[in-house]
Design a protein around this ligand. Sequence first.
Ligand SMILES: [Zn+2]
Length: 105
Amino acid sequence: MDDFYCDEVFSGKTPVEKVVETDRVLAYHHTRPFWETHIVVVPKQHVDSVLTVEDDLLIELMDVAKRVATHLIQEKGAARVLTNLGAYQDSKHLHFHVFSGERRS
Ligand SMILES: [Zn+2]
């Protein structure tokens, strides 16, 4: 199963630039950004997707996403918060994309 977060980020193999960190949640700059500003918000423990996350952890994830998005709104005036599911989900570890600006090719 493709799990970039457990395999690369939380193992320490791929260093990341942290934006916000709480006890259970990490937000960092995407290592290969699709958009001008592209941050991912992930639980530090393994969770498959937003369909299986516990409510209290989801609140903590959304709180971090809200803090990141608030900053993007202040800087850029626009932002999106997105999570993929099923065939759209590349890495099978829950993650939210918080992003703004032009799409990079
Ligand atoms: Zn994982």
